[in-house]
Design a protein around this ligand. Structure first.
Ligand SMILES: Nc1ncnc2c1ncn2[C@@H]1O[C@H](COP(=O)(O)OP(=O)(O)OP(=O)(O)O)[C@@H](O)[C@H]1O
Ligand SMILES: [Mg+2]
Length: 379
């Protein structure tokens, strides 16, 4: 059957960062034309597709952008969903669906969704402000999270004891029981319009203690079979209950008892799936395209074990980015460097990542450490 997207078809993407950049990279193989909207004139996608500079949260901007596209998707959740709903009512396809984006934009709504659907998650209460956190001292130790617009750990505050209450957000959000987890894992799941569904094997995340960002990631996660099966079943349940079309990343905690709890979800390609470019038969980016275009979904099998290192801007450097240690890292067998083309570096800004493939887990960890210690972004 002829595919309409081969001619005059335009896929609009809200957001032109690194995720959009890698989406375009795999879209080239499917002959897809992209149109990108991003507020930053220097965004990583600026020169790779038709590019519009404009605010993703502005109703009129998103409406105007959407009119000229055949299908719309996102690479960031903070977008104007009212405009997207209106575009849908005018007959445009938008995947993930605006209602799903809306639910995910608000961590409070997200948590209520898990509770309503019987999806395991950390116990929580909703809080309006700091005062309400104070009233719930008995709930500590807990994690206070902003309902909206927190990302990369910036909307998350650990409150161990009463002394920490000052650090609580004076805004609407939630208090979540502190989980003494053994591991943090993520599973990526994809679903197309026809209802076909595939999951990727779980990956294991190791976080940067200061920046609250994923620092290393190993794939596949080292899990007992029963735990891996539990996590996989939860991932399937989440996307099915959402009725979502597209790619969904599910961050989960594995407790010492082997329980699996959903932390949060993201309805798009995700930091925890970068390694699928080199390490799996179908990358998460290609899979997202297949899902939203209602194409047959691709094989998610792992070809080789892998590690992924986020390359973050060095602390104490702000300015035009320069890369130190690139040659040393390129000499590492199995290493693939991805630079996002961001002009300016800032402390802990995501500037790139390196995926290393190596079937030996010990050698993989050594190489990941080498990459982390040698590739530096300074100004
Ligand atoms: N209930 C919890 N118990 C223990 N640790 C938690 C809890 N909630 C969050 N964390 C820790 O804080 C990190 C960031 O939390 P979360 O993923 O909710 O925030 P985020 O800002 O949306 O993150 P990101 O954008 O980096 O994915 C988690 O990955 C985890 O390490
Ligand atoms: Mg997270």
């Amino acid at each position: 059957m002829a595919q309409s997207f081969y001619q005059n078809f335009k896929l609009g993407v809200l957001g032109g960062g690194q995720l959009g950049r890698m989406l375009i990279q795999s879209g080239v193989d499917l002959n897809i034309n992209f149109s990108i909207l991003d507020p930053d004139a220097d965004a990583p996608c600026r020169s790779l597709a038709e590019f519009t500079c404009g605010k993703l949260t502005d109703f009129a901007t998103v409406m105007k952008f959407g009119q000229k596209c055949d299908l719309l998707t996102i690479e960031i959740e903070n977008v104007n969903t009212e405009a997207l709903k209106q575009l849908v009512s005018q007959g445009k396809k938008v995947f993930p669906q605006p209602e799903v984006i809306e639910l995910i934009q608000d961590k409070c709504k997200q948590k209520e969704f898990y509770r309503d659907k019987g999806i395991p998650t950390a116990e929580f209460i909703l809080v309006k402000d700091k005062e309400e956190v104070r009233k719930n001292l008995s709930f500590l130790p807990a994690v206070n999270k902003l309902g909206r617009e927190g990302y990369d750990g910036r909307g998350v505050q650990l409150l161990r004891t009463e002394k920490d209450i000052e650090k609580a957000f004076d805004a609407s959000g939630l208090l979540e029981k502190l989980i003494d987890f053994e591991k943090e894992i993520a599973i990526i799941v994809a679903r197309n319009e026809a209802g076909q569904l595939v999951t990727y094997p779980a990956v294991e995340m190791v976080f940067h203690p200061e920046a609250n960002l994923v620092e290393y990631l190993f794939a596949p996660a080292q899990l007992k079979k029963s735990v891996a099966a539990k996590a996989d079943a939860i991932a399937r349940k989440v996307i099915t209950e959402l009725g979502m079309v597209g790619l969904l990343a599910i961050e989960m905690f594995v407790t010492k008892e082997g329980d699996v709890l959903v932390n949060e979800i993201a309805p798009r390609p995700h930091n925890s799936g970068h390694q699928t470019i080199e390490a799996n038969v179908t990358s998460q980016y290609e899979q997202h395209l297949r899902a939203i275009l209602n194409l047959p979904l691709g094989d998610t099998t792992i070809i080789m074990n892998s590690a992924m290192v986020n390359i973050l801007g060095e602390p104490n450097y702000t300015g035009l980015a320069q890369y130190e240690g690139l040659n040393e890292v390129l000499k590492v067998a199995g290493a693939h460097v991805h630079l996002y083309g961001k002009k300016l570096t800032k402390p802990f800004r995501k500037m790139g990542h390196v995926t290393i493939v190596d079937n030996d887990m010990e050698s993989l960890k050594k190489k990941a450490k080498f990459v982390k210690d040698h590739l530096k972004v300074i100004a």
